[in-house]
Design a protein around this ligand. Structure first.
Ligand SMILES: [Zn+2]
Ligand SMILES: [Zn+2]
Length: 278
């Protein structure tokens, strides 16, 4: 179905280093990267270019642009975001989404990964000591630094700093001219090892979804949708909000399948029960 086919990957931040080997090994797909795709046009983390549309739409646009440039019928792209964690209070989450588009087979399949992170920060500083404290806080140089004049002033912006001498040199030069400067973590994949790892894990999830065939029509991409709640309370047996079933669905023929006890547990801790623990 996919063996020896070519895929266009929409990236200019070296995401092929983690995505290409997985596609080759697991599906026999050879990944190519166009030379002249400017993915910054689809939005940047530094917000000098805002993203249009949703995370999913941005990933699809990048994949389609890469397919267009290389004239291929398979496209792949990823899009990341940082924001409040959906279920962990006060947690900042990195959500990575990867899309696989196959025009020939009419497929659009997604994979994802979510991680609570402690490296995504920004702040205004006025001394070199503060610059070094910031670097330590974000686990530099595993995660790079972006420097500019102020939060909203993109003048003199330098991205991708991953060398300590360079960091000190650039910060010193700017602090001579300005009372304070703006620092933020470089969240682009090639300057952020944690994000690159999360993109790899999202790609593994995507490939699992591609490989999972619909039991009815055999199309690839049989994937998980929202679970059904109702796992019984261990104490009173009443249904809780925890999932009783995982639900898989085929986008082609709409066949769905329920898998009972998705977390290998047949009852819920009474703490989750509205009756035992109101
Ligand atoms: Zn199907
Ligand atoms: Zn109960």
């Amino acid at each position: 179905m996919f063996n020896d086919r070519l895929a266009a990957l929409g990236t200019m931040h070296q995401k092929q280093s983690v995505i290409a080997p997985l596609f080759k090994k697991e599906l026999g797909i050879v990944v190519r990267v166009p030379d002249d795709l400017n993915t910054n046009a689809f939005g940047t983390f530094t917000l000098d270019k805002k993203r249009l549309g949703t995370q999913k739409e941005a990933a699809i646009s990048k994949a389609k642009a890469a397919m267009e440039l290389l004239g291929l019928d398979i496209g792949i792209a990823s899009e990341g975001s940082f924001g409040p964690h959906p279920s962990v209070p006060f947690g900042v989450a990195n959500v990575e989404l990867v899309v696989f588009i196959d025009k020939k087979l009419d497929l659009e399949i997604f994979g994802g990964y979510i991680q609570i992170v402690n490296f995504a920060y920004n702040m205004s500083v006025s001394t070199i000591e503060e610059v070094l404290t910031f670097a330590q806080k974000i686990d530099f140089p595993k995660h790079g630094v972006v420097i500019r004049r102020s939060e909203k002033d993109y003048g003199e912006m330098v991205k991708g700093i991953v060398d300590k001498d360079e960091l000190v040199q650039i910060a010193t030069r700017l602090l001579i001219k300005h009372k304070s400067i703006w620092l933020e973590t470089d969240l682009r994949a090639h300057k952020n090892q944690s994000r690159m790892k999360n993109i790899e894990l999202a790609t593994i999830d995507l490939i699992e979804n591609i490989k999972r065939q619909c039991p009815k029509c055999c199309s690839p991409g049989f994937h998980k949708i929202s679970p059904k709640p109702g796992l019984p309370c261990q104490q009173c047996g009443r249904p809780t909000d925890l999932p009783l079933f995982d639900v898989y669905e085929c986008d082609k023929c709409r066949f769905t399948k329920d898998i009972i006890f998705p977390n290998q547990k047949q009852t819920a801790y009474a703490g989750y029960c509205d009756y035992c623990n109101p």
